[in-house]
Design a binder for this molecule. Structure first.
Ligand code: ADP
Length: 419
């Protein structure tokens, strides 16, 4: 069985997973944290066992060497596990990359050239690729977080600012979380409840109108028409759009000038404010949705407002994307919050019955790791007989929960390119 090592290099961390793309299982995985600091830490997990090492990790090269040692000591041995390629998560592919590519020196140079567009992420991605190419003599593939959105329609990708300035500085909507939006929307498109709905309505799969809400620490929405992304909420950077754990999402750009001119803040202060001290944390004091909902239940007013702002933004985006798509067939929740927080899913569709959107309380509350339908109505098996819309009524949309798996998506795209 061929396996793929998936690497996700951050500025001070290296996350990894050894994936069997055929079965979809992760054979091992872990994270090296606090790279470059005095107190490094590696956590390696395999077959339910965890190995933790605490020691300084000078750089990403040292981190990867440590990971390779752990694979040999704690298992599984990479060679015995049949590693055939390494898949790298790369945050920004700019307009250069609309699909995964096999890494060569030119690709590394191109990813490096994109650093001005992703100064926090691409440097670490380049380093990760370089050290891995040195240490692992197998094909390496770069999978870009922006690729799924490289083909956005111009009207969605273009900011209404001076065209020459925008072109000069690469200012456009790039979108992020693309690997997840693509993985989830593809899984939705072949789900029996969805194919049955289309069949019952006599529709071509190319007309399938999906909205995907990826709600993790970072959060983004996408509108997908027949497999193609036609709109997404993150923009030039992953700051735009939905309310996130610590990021503001949409704000009036005038706020930035106000804080710079009248508030005495520096550019870096405002950057930190909007990226790290806003969102749920800035409003409710905590960035974790579990803690936030506990505070709300305990009657905390600030937490209540934070949740209300979060849900209001979600509903606004779902409505806007319904307009972009001309209606919604399937609305899907994914990532940490989307997969686990029933209260968020219920709140996000509250009042959206006019779009055919509703959740069934029991289905929404049920816990499962499987892709599932949480809207009311017949089960997937008998949808085909009963899903025909009443004359004059909007066909009820499906609301689904589909667990994302970016590592598996990267592993599959890596195998597809390297054979
Ligand atoms: P990342 O963007 O870091 O990949 P995840 O997709 O793992 O994030 O999502 C992390 C978030 O998911 C956490 O901050 C937490 O708020 C939320 N989350 C995880 N489990 C639950 C749960 N059971 N209920 C509500 N929220 C949850």
């Amino acid at each position: 069985m061929p396996t793929v090592l998936v690497l996700n290099s951050g500025s001070s961390s290296l996350k990894y997973q050894l994936v069997d793309p055929g079965s979809g299982t992760a054979l091992a995985g872990g994270i090296v944290e606090r790279i470059g600091e005095d107190t490094g830490r590696v956590r390696h997990e395999t077959r339910g066992q965890e190995v933790v090492r605490e020691r300084p990790v000078a750089d990403h090269g040292t981190a990867l060497r440590l990971v390779l040692e752990l694979f040999e000591e704690a298992g599984p041995s990479l060679r015995e596990a049949g590693i055939v390629a390494v898949g790298h998560r790369v945050v920004h592919g700019g307009t250069s990359f609309s699909a995964p590519v096999v890494v060569d020196d030119d690709v590394v140079a191109a990813v490096r050239a994109l650093i001005p567009l992703a100064p926090l992420h691409n440097p670490a991605n380049v380093t990760g690729i370089e050290v891995a190419r040195e240490l692992l003599d197998v094909p390496h593939v770069a999978v870009f977080d922006t690729a799924f959105f490289a083909d956005l329609p111009p009207a969605a990708a273009t900011y209404a600012i001076d065209a020459k300035t925008a072109a000069e500085h690469g200012v456009r909507r790039y979108g992020f979380h693309g690997t997840s939006h693509q993985f989830v929307s593809s899984a939705v498109a072949i789900h029996p409840a969805v194919t049955a709905k289309l069949a019952a309505e006599g529709r071509d799969p190319r007309t399938l109108r999906q909205v995907v809400l990826h709600l993790g620490n970072g959060a983004s929405a996408s509108a997908v028409l027949g497999g193609r992304a036609v709109e997404t909420s993150m923009g030039l950077t992953p700051l735009e759009g939905l309310v996130m754990g610590t990021r503001s999402g949409d704000v009036d750009p005038g706020i930035v000038f106000h804080l710079l001119r009248s508030g005495g803040l520096t550019v870096d202060d405002v950057d930190t404010l909007l990226n790290k001290r806003s969102g749920l944390l800035g409003l409710g004091g905590v960035n974790d949705m579990r803690e936030l909902t506990r505070l709300v239940a305990a009657g905390d007013d600030a937490a209540r407002l934070a949740l209300d702002v979060y849900l209001h933004r979600l509903r606004k985006y779902v409505g806007a994307y319904a307009a972009v798509l001309g209606g919604i067939d399937v609305l899907t929740f994914t990532a940490g919050v989307g997969e686990n927080a029933a209260v968020v899913r219920a709140g996000a569709v509250d009042g959206l019955g006019f779009l055919g959107l509703a959740v069934d309380p029991a289905r929404n509350a049920a816990r499962s790791r499987e892709a599932r339908v949480i809207s009311p109505g017949p089960d997937a098996a008998d949808t085909a007989d009963t899903a025909r819309p009443r004359p004059g009524a909007a066909a009820p949309a499906l609301v689904m929960v589909v667990p994302t798996n970016e590592e598996l998506a990267i592993a599959r795209q890596t195998i597809a390119l390297t054979g």
